[in-house]
Design a protein. Structure first.
Length: 123
């Protein structure tokens, strides 16, 4: 039996929390739609829901509504939700993230971001 789960991934650090201080931040958030069994869901769709002002995502031209098709050469739709989360949490400040995004009305775009250090809410 397949079920569809939806959640917002704050791990992409639109909102930095103290536990993320010193970790990488790209300055965007997504919603992820998955399908499959609860213990091993597959990614169906990753959509950018927010781009933080003055962030690496904004500087690279990422837009709300972009659909993420690949991250660092890994196809996103059909891939493991767990593997995508592990990949996104593996970046350090200064690391490069290459994304292929589908943009409504204008096709596929390549976006490259350079991770910034995540800041705690007090900064």
């Amino acid at each position: 039996m397949k079920s569809t789960l939806r959640w917002i991934v704050i791990a992409l650090t639109l909102i930095a929390i103290p536990a993320l201080a010193g970790k990488a931040s790209f300055g965007f958030a997504t919603s992820i739609e998955t399908e499959g069994f609860f213990m091993s869901p597959k990614v169906k769709l990753v959509k950018v829901t927010a781009v933080h002002p003055k962030s690496p995502a904004e500087a690279a031209g990422l837009r709300v509504g972009d659909i993420v098709m690949a991250v660092n050469g890994r196809k996103v739709p059909g891939g493991s939700a767990k593997a995508l989360g592990e990949l996104m949490s593996s970046f350090s400040p200064g690391d490069h993230l290459k994304m292929q995004v589908q943009r409504s009305g204008s096709g596929l775009h390549s976006i490259e971001l350079i991770a910034a250090a995540a800041k705690s809410p007090s900064e």
